[in-house]
Ligand binder design. Structure first.
Ligand SMILES: Cc1ncc(COP(=O)(O)O)c(C=O)c1O
Length: 363
């Protein structure tokens, strides 16, 4: 029925952490299973995060852990998921997981979903009778859009599918159900020979890729769609904005027309999985010189230096998982355990800080 010609590119997953954090305990990978009648499988009732942990000379360091976990809590709040987990519980569980995994670098996947109470099963859309379950897994994940993409860029298309409308599915929640829309965008792109698709919002303005935010470079100025264009408030997007400020590059949030993509000097995606990936063509129209542009390269290089712990980040962005290791350059060298909660603790203490995850105000 479907053409098999699409160049489906998926990255190999060489190593997976053999334990999974589940509601305060570490369980075996093989035991991390759900019943097929779980609410989430039928009605898409999950929220999740995607977080990268980078290899640095001081051991693995998790990138913007607190901001990701705050977005996780925000997503749960939007969907009225009344769970017990605090920011520090989730951060410390992630640190413990990476430590236990022995992985030098990995991708961390927290997920909270509506499960099934087998003693009192409920099968309706109403999610309230279904218990919540929270898990965090980790695996080693390579370059999301392919190894060459970071340097050479990717060929993309504008999708025939629009992004979610703000009053139907909130794009600012990272919910599993939103990714049915992402899958339509991604499958269409792959089957037509593109690496990724860019969706427009319901008004026809540029929104984002199936799993990435987008940036336009035009006349030396960096532009990105605002949250009102139905985008996920990307943590990498926020990092790019802050890096631009540091590099003295003007960056603005603006509604962007589709045609602006074709005439841009440079385009790039940002995202935890895609990191900073240049876009070399849109709908087979070459962007700029058809490779990684100069501004993109400056931002990308600063970003990777920060993730490697080789450049001071604009904020406290790296959480080093090894207790004895120093924090990022220029910091006080404290260990990164959040609030000093002990490993695998079930502590329910209040988070000290509220982390800002919405886009940095840039206007
Ligand atoms: C739809 C969508 N937009 C944007 C992003 C980028 O967000 P972040 O930089 O927080 O990973 C992602 C990835 O999580 C995504 O799935």
């Amino acid at each position: 029925m479907f053409s098999k010609e699409g160049k489906a590119k998926d990255v190999a997953t060489p190593r997976i952490c053999d334990v999974v954090w589940h509601d305060g305990q570490f369980i075996d990978w093989n035991d991390a299973r759900v019943h097929v009648m779980s609410h989430v499988l039928h009605y898409g009732s999950s929220i999740f995060e995607g977080i990268r942990c980078y290899a640095t000379k001081d051991g693995p360091a998790i990138f913007r852990l607190k901001e990701h976990m705050q977005r996780f809590l925000n997503s749960a709040k939007i969907y009225r998921m009344d769970h017990q987990w605090k920011l520090d519980d989730l951060c410390n569980a992630s640190i413990d997981l990476v430590n236990r995994s022995g992985l030098e670098q990995c991708y961390i996947r927290p997920i909270l979903f509506r499960s099934l109470d087998e003693a009192r099963p409920a099968f309706g859309v109403n999610p309230f009778p279904n218990p919540l379950a929270c898990y965090i897994g980790a695996w080693d994940w390579g370059k999301y859009l392919g190894d060459e993409a970071i340097e050479k860029g990717v060929d993309v298309c504008v999708s025939t599918w629009n992004r979610l409308t703000p009053n139907s599915m909130p794009a600012m929640a990272k919910s599993g159900a939103n990714y049915m829309n992402s899958q339509l965008i991604k499958m269409e792109a792959l089957l037509n020979g593109f690496a990724e698709g860019i969706a427009l919002d319901d008004r026809g303005y540029v929104s984002e890729g199936s799993g990435e935010n987008i940036f336009v470079v035009s006349g030396g100025i960096v532009l990105t769609p605002p949250l009102s264009s139905s985008i996920l408030p990307g943590i990498t997007r926020d990092s790019v904005i802050q890096i631009c400020h540091e590099l003295g590059i003007t960056v603005k949030e603006r509604t962007i027309q589709r045609a602006a993509l074709y005439v841009a000097d440079e385009l790039f995606f940002s995202g935890t999985a895609a990191e900073i990936t240049p876009i070399r063509s849109v709908d087979r129209i070459t962007v700029g010189t058809g490779g990684r542009g100069e501004v993109t390269e400056r931002i990308q290089s600063a970003f990777f230096d920060v993730t490697k712990g080789e450049r001071k980040a604009p904020g406290d962005w790296l959480t080093y998982v090894k207790a004895s290791k120093n924090s990022q350059p220029g910091s006080n060298g404290q260990t990164e355990r959040v609030k000093g909660v002990t490993p695998s603790s079930n502590s329910r203490t209040e988070p000290v800080l509220k982390y800002q995850t919405a886009a940095t105000a840039i206007d």
